[in-house]
Design a binder for this molecule. Structure first.
Ligand SMILES: [Ca+2]
Ligand SMILES: [Ca+2]
Ligand SMILES: [Ca+2]
Ligand SMILES: [Ca+2]
Length: 379
């Protein structure tokens, strides 16, 4: 019996030695973006009157159905603003532009109309002091712009009303991500605001009736957790009827999220998986996936593991061979080796399996021999 116990113990020890752990973390990376549209180089644009659109050669009629169109331009301003529009009432659209400016990339001021709309969409602002500045305006839509790598705030709105701020990416600015002061009746929805140095979203003094829904506030502030602050009154950070709130990297994953600041606002429906695709926002942002679209079923690195499975395993969904050992993640998982350990490969997994089988075989043989010896001793 004693020899049998020693054999079993050695077998357990052998199996433990041959097993491996799968707890390695994937490092966080900063998103980058690409510019795929064709752009025409253009000087900075200053418009201070409705007539200037036509005078500067921009197509359109100034109505909502046929707005003046500033699009597909590449503006690198050596001084002053990239695009500065003020004191107009005719409809216009700024879209698909790439802008850099040492001051404000896009500045809109004193643009007010009860009927016309002013749209800024699909632009990329990079390396500017202030991404988008809006002052004393209404009826403006800021949609799907990327505001990145600024030396100041991504977006600053002062004395505005009826503004839609939707689907923008505000990233890595050396200031606030988005800041509003003295503003009301504005919707901020489905924006991704992350890695900004001061604060993600600041609702400053005299803000009221701002609705903030379905946004992602991650890793803002020097401590990576200064995501939001509300010093206004009557702003709404969640919707009871829709059971919808926002996402904050410093939420503790249970209960409501208390918005910092004297307003005492509460988000009753915070989440860490905004698009509900089972991959948490931190993993999606850290791996350049889309935290606003279900993309768990995609396999962008062609390693045979979809993004959802890579999230479960902690492997890199944009790298087919996460541990750089020459075997892609899918092959490693299928073979039972560790896709996060370069010392664990399908090849040495096979040789370990062979050793395991061999040791079991030897042990069984030794046991049988011992049993035979015992029997002979009794006879
Ligand atoms: Ca997603
Ligand atoms: Ca994959
Ligand atoms: Ca992978
Ligand atoms: Ca590998």
């Amino acid at each position: 019996m004693k020899k049998k116990t020693i054999f079993l113990l050695s077998l357990i020890l052998t199996i433990s030695y041959l097993s491996f752990s799968t707890t390695q973390e994937v490092s966080t990376k900063t998103n980058c973006f690409s510019y795929s549209f064709q752009l025409t180089p253009h000087d900075p644009i200053i418009i201070t009157h409705n007539d200037n659109f036509t005078q500067l050669g921009f197509q359109g009629g100034g109505t909502d159905q046929n707005p003046y169109l500033i699009h597909n331009l590449r503006i690198i301003a050596a001084a002053g603003d990239g695009i500065n529009i003020s004191d107009v009432t005719d409809s216009f659209v700024i879209e698909n532009c790439y802008i850099e400016s040492p001051f404000k990339a896009i500045s809109l001021s004193y643009i007010e109309s009860d009927s016309n709309q002013f749209i800024v969409k699909d632009n990329v602002v990079n390396n500017s002091d202030l991404g988008i500045y809006v002052h004393q305006c209404n009826n403006i839509i800021l949609f799907n712009n990327t505001l990145a790598n600024g030396s100041g705030p991504g977006m600053l709105l002062n004395s505005v009303e009826d503004i839609q701020i939707e689907r923008n990416i505000v990233l890595n600015n050396f200031g606030f991500g988005v800041m509003l002061v003295n503003s009301m009746n504005t919707n901020i929805s489905s924006n991704i605001i992350y890695l900004n140095v001061f604060l993600g979203l600041l609702l400053g003094p005299l803000t009221s009736n701002i609705l903030i829904l379905n946004n992602i506030f991650y890793w803002n502030g020097a401590d990576n957790s200064t995501n939001a602050e509300d010093v206004g009154s009557g702003n709404h950070w969640s919707d009871d009827a829709l059971s919808l709130g926002n996402s904050y990297s410093d939420w503790n994953n249970e209960g409501p999220y208390l918005i910092p600041g004297p307003s005492g606002s509460i988000d009753f429906f915070p989440t860490n998986d905004t698009d509900g695709d089972s991959m948490h926002n931190g993993f999606e942002l850290g791996n350049e996936l889309d935290p606003l679209e279900e993309d768990d079923f995609l396999d962008p690195d062609w390693d045979g593991l979809d993004n959802g499975r890579e999230c479960e395993l902690g492997t890199d969904p944009k790298d087919f061979d996460s541990d750089d050992d020459g075997y892609d993640d899918g092959t490693e998982v299928a073979a039972g080796s560790d896709p996060l350990d370069p010392n664990s490969t399908p090849e040495n997994r096979r040789s370990r399996t062979n050793i395991l089988f061999l040791s079991i075989l030897v042990s069984i043989t030794v046991l049988s021999l011992l049993k035979g010896t015992k029997k002979r001793n009794y006879t």
